[in-house]
Structure formats: C-alpha cells, structure tokens
Design a protein around this ligand. Structure first.
Ligand code: AVI
Length: 311
C-alpha cells in the first residue's frame, strides 16, 4: 500500500479525523500555494522577501561569520527567489561556498542546478533531491566543510510547537559545534491580520484545503463530495496556533479504497497548523534544541523574523 493511502486511512480512522498538510502540494496544490503567496492578505512571503532584499549584506556578513569556506544548505529551497539575494552577495564578496538546495522535487533541484549558475555567475550549486534529514546527512557525507542550514518561509510553523522543537533538535544532531542555522518564523501579531491571511477573500486558501479531498478522490479512488465540506480557519492569539479545518455540511459517508468513513453533520477534519511565535518563544526553541541565538532579522513591521542560531 502506498504511503499516502496508508496515512489517509490511518488519519481518518482516528477519533479526531485529520489529514496531513504535507499532501497539499500536488501540481494543483503548488499552483494554489503560488496564488496564496500573491494574494493581498497573505503577508509572510512579502515580509521575508523584504528581509532578504533589504538586509542581504548584513545576512551575508552574519552567515560567513569568519568561516573561510562552507556549505550553504537550504531545506525546501523551492525556486530560491529569496535566497538568491544572499547567494549573489556571497559570490560578489568572493566567499568560498557551495549552495546545496534540498528539495523533494527532482524537477526543482535540476532546475536550480541549471538556472542559478546562469543567473549568478560563479555560483557553485550541488542540489540534493530527497527528504530533509536524509539529504542533510548526505551533505555531511559529500563534504566536511562548515555548514550553514537555512529553513525559510515559516515552514517550521507547519509543525506543532512540540514537533518544531523535535525538528530543530534533529538539525542540531546533524551539525557540528560552530555551524549556523537561519530559520524563518512567522510572528504573533494582530489576530485579525493572521486570520485574514488564512481566509483570503478570493478563496485560494479554501481551495488549497479542499484540493486535498480532490487529490484523495483522484489518486486513491475516494468519493468525497467536495462541495459538502466547508473551510474553517481559526486563530488562537494565546497559543499562537492558526489551524484550518474542513467541516462536514451534513451526515455523509465517504469511501476510500475498501474503507467507509462516516462523517456527522458539523464534524471537522483537522487539516493544517500554521503556528505563530513570539521572539521570546523562538529564543526558547533555540535553547532547548541546543543552539545559541546569534541575532534576529526583522521586516519593518516586525511581522516575521529570520533568526540566526549557532551550535
Ligand atoms: C508553507 N507554509 C509556511 C504555509 C503557511 O503559511 O503555513 C502554507 C499555507 N497554508 C495556508 N496558507 C499557506
């Protein structure tokens, strides 16, 4: 049984039904996420872009941190738009480094290996196609140089706070004393601003969530009546948890493979967490996962932080 089917059957069999947001990103989901990033309510991408566009010189100085030579490993590089500001500055200031983008998509890795050195003359790129931690291990195997690991986009927020700490501990375990990490965290702010970002007027976030039901129908032979589910985003300003749910509009049955799932009217499927943090909380995560906070880079509204940690 494939992993996707196994997880869906397991997650929908729990007393609280859930689906894993890592499965949002098929071809259609990738396009919807692009739309979300371009819509006016979704601020995190623009905030982090501003940090890289305005602060690339300071970022470069902080990250080279006296290393003569290092590998810059990016977890989930995507199209590397934001990192490109930093990469160009490092090349322009003659820093000896290799950019190692990790991505689950082999097409994306091949694309970066081909296009980035054309755009940034002199840039050395060694793509790593696979899961984050397997590829981080591989980066250590192929090169013993100092490592700078970047995790941008606020992707850490798609883990619960407990799993976020676990994730950071795993990064720490793969690194050596002195290595650096740059992580982007979306910060707590006015709750209306956060909720609107996950409830855009054009409905891209709604469709992004519902798309996973379509994906289950298409790839796993499910029979979700997608129009019978309703997107419900929610933000708790005390815990910082921004969660999205799909609400069943009526009593209904859904078949997937040879299993039938009963949904009651108003029963919810928990779809995604986008956890928001205070600066103090990011510093605490650094501490409990074995890092020292070096510095913070904020956008001008202080809505997002790219924080630098050292092992
Ligand atoms: C990828 N990740 C950081 C996005 C977020 O903000 O949690 C995914 C997303 N979900 C809904 N809108 C955007």
């Amino acid at each position: 049984m494939n992993q996707f089917l196994k997880e869906v059957l397991h997650d929908l069999s729990q007393p609280q039904k859930t689906l894993n947001s890592k499965y949002f990103y098929d071809g259609k989901g990738d396009k919807l996420f692009q739309e979300i990033m371009n819509c006016p309510e979704y601020y995190p991408t623009n905030c982090e872009k501003e940090i890289f566009r305005e602060r690339f010189k300071d970022l470069a100085i902080t990250l080279k941190n006296g290393f003569n030579t290092f590998d810059l490993v990016e977890m989930g590089a995507g199209d590397a738009t934001k990192s490109s500001y930093l990469l160009k500055e490092l090349v322009d200031t003659q820093v000896d480094f290799t950019y190692m983008p990790i991505d689950i998509s082999s097409t994306m890795v091949a694309h970066l290996e081909q296009t980035l050195p054309e755009k940034i003359k002199g840039l050395k790129v060694q793509g790593l196609n696979g899961e984050y931690f397997d590829m981080l291990e591989k980066a250590n195997r192929v090169s013993s140089r100092k490592k700078v690991v970047m995790l941008l986009g606020g992707n850490i927020g798609n883990e619960t706070p407990e799993n976020g700490i676990e994730f950071c501990r795993k990064i720490r375990a793969a690194l050596q004393e002195g290595d650096l990490v740059l992580i982007g965290f979306d910060l707590k702010k006015n709750p209306h601003t956060i909720l609107a970002a996950y409830n855009d007027a054009a409905g891209f976030t709604r469709d992004f969530n519902l798309n996973l039901l379509h994906r289950i129908n298409d790839e796993l032979g499910g029979d979700f009546k997608v129009s019978q589910f309703q997107h419900y985003p929610n933000y708790d300003p005390i815990t910082g948890a921004c969660k999205s749910y799909l609400v069943s509009k009526k009593n209904q049955k859904v078949n997937i493979a040879d299993q039938t799932f009963q949904f009651h009217e108003n029963e919810v499927i928990y779809m995604e967490i986008s956890q928001k943090y205070s600066v103090q909380e990011t510093e605490n995560i650094a501490k409990v996962s074995g890092f020292k906070t070096v510095t913070h880079f904020f956008d001008h509204k202080k809505w997002f932080v790219d924080t630098v940690w050292q092992c």
